[in-house]
Design a protein around this ligand. Structure first.
Ligand SMILES: [Zn+2]
Length: 148
């Protein structure tokens, strides 16, 4: 059996809630979800929060064309040089200005300075659980499902 990790991140890659607020969110999740553990990570600059082996395709958010994986890799390494503080790039398909954070990843991925990871949750992490956590953290969230 592979591990299922649900990662919750702010939609804004630079957003970092105060530590106490993150602890409140963690306590809320621990009280409402059975899991093998919940972990919080914090970084000085955004990191790419991936969906593990779930990542199969990436599409342009403007024109919907499938993006070449090698194009994405070189855009990623360029952004990495700037520690992912600037995620803007130009889509090769239609020339649109896009953010690496807003590409249509299948399955979803994203960039964040903080993430809450829930290991093997015993239930689906849906809006009824997510909405209160969004309220606690004061920001819109994105949910990433990773399989390892
Ligand atoms: Zn495009």
């Amino acid at each position: 059996m592979s591990d299922h990790i649900v990662k919750i991140i702010p939609r804004d890659p630079l957003y970092l809630p105060p530590e106490q607020t993150l602890d409140v969110a963690k306590a809320y999740l621990e009280a409402h979800i059975n899991s093998d553990g919940i972990n919080i990570s914090v970084n000085g600059s955004p990191v790419f929060v991936d969906c593990g082996s779930n990542l199969s395709e990436i599409f342009c958010p403007k024109c919907g064309k499938k993006l070449d994986y090698s194009w994405w890799q070189s855009a990623m390494s360029k952004a990495f040089e700037g520690e992912f503080m600037f995620l803007g790039t130009v889509a090769p398909c239609c020339g649109a200005a896009v953010s690496l954070n807003e590409l249509c990843y299948h399955f979803p991925c994203g960039f964040a300075r903080t993430r809450i990871e829930i290991y093997n949750p015993g239930q689906a992490v849906e809006d009824d659980i997510l909405a209160p956590v969004q309220k606690i953290l004061g920001t819109e969230l994105r949910v990433i499902h990773a399989h390892l």
